[in-house]
Design a protein around this ligand. Sequence first.
Ligand code: PEP
Length: 270
Amino acid sequence: MKPSLSRRNLVAGNWKMYYAPEKAQAWVEQYIQEYPTNAVFQIEIALHVPFPFITHMCNILSKYTPVQIGAQNVAFAYEGPYTGEVSASMLRAAGARYCIIGHSERRQLFYETDEQIVTKIELVQREEILPILCVGETAEERQANRTQKVITKQLELIFEKQEDLDLKYLTVAYEPVWAIGSGKPATPEQAQEIHAFIRELFRQECGPEMANRIAIIYGGSVNTENAGKFFEQPDIDGALVGGASLNGHSFFEIQQQLQQIKYPTPPLPN
Ligand code: PEP
């Protein structure tokens, strides 16, 4: 049952660095076939594709379905001599409506810092792009009982800079690093525990209204078999889906599960 009238629900796909253009085209055809023309979704749906696909995917997908296109990263500066980087205003011009920020692959492989991450959130929000901030612990950190400490640290600067950010439109993705791409998801109960902890941090730092409103989604080996169990948890507002978003059917089915669980009464047709 929907826990709050004002809380957003979201399924976000992350294609990472997969798919040549022909495969992306085939995915779209598959997804559009799946998509019933009279379907009305009350949830948000975002698909994060590689930079060069953003405009094309907006043109062919956002026209026919409620899927908005997002980027998987953004530069940490407004503009400047940053060879190879793509700015928030460029993403906006390309058509992106969402942006994943601080994914564990970027934190680990590209040494992204919490300072850069908070700057990126500020920059995309200036362009009215919705940020999805990823947080989560490694297997070693969980074994050492440090999960809550790690997440508190990852969110510290967000709370410090909350005056400069529009936290109402932030989505937090709890993604335990050990669950990403491993086929070994957290249990729904483990995820719920950390989601409730994150919501409590928002309550302490920003007040009850923000805590109730902030969208917190789970990521890490979500698929059509397990998604519903996550969505039944009161503090899980959706999912960030990597591998399973590479299949149009699965991506669609996960969205349907979120819609049915959080909004059990179907919307009236337009
Ligand atoms: C991800 O890319 O953020 C992710 C959660 O991947 P997967 O669903 O494949 O674990």
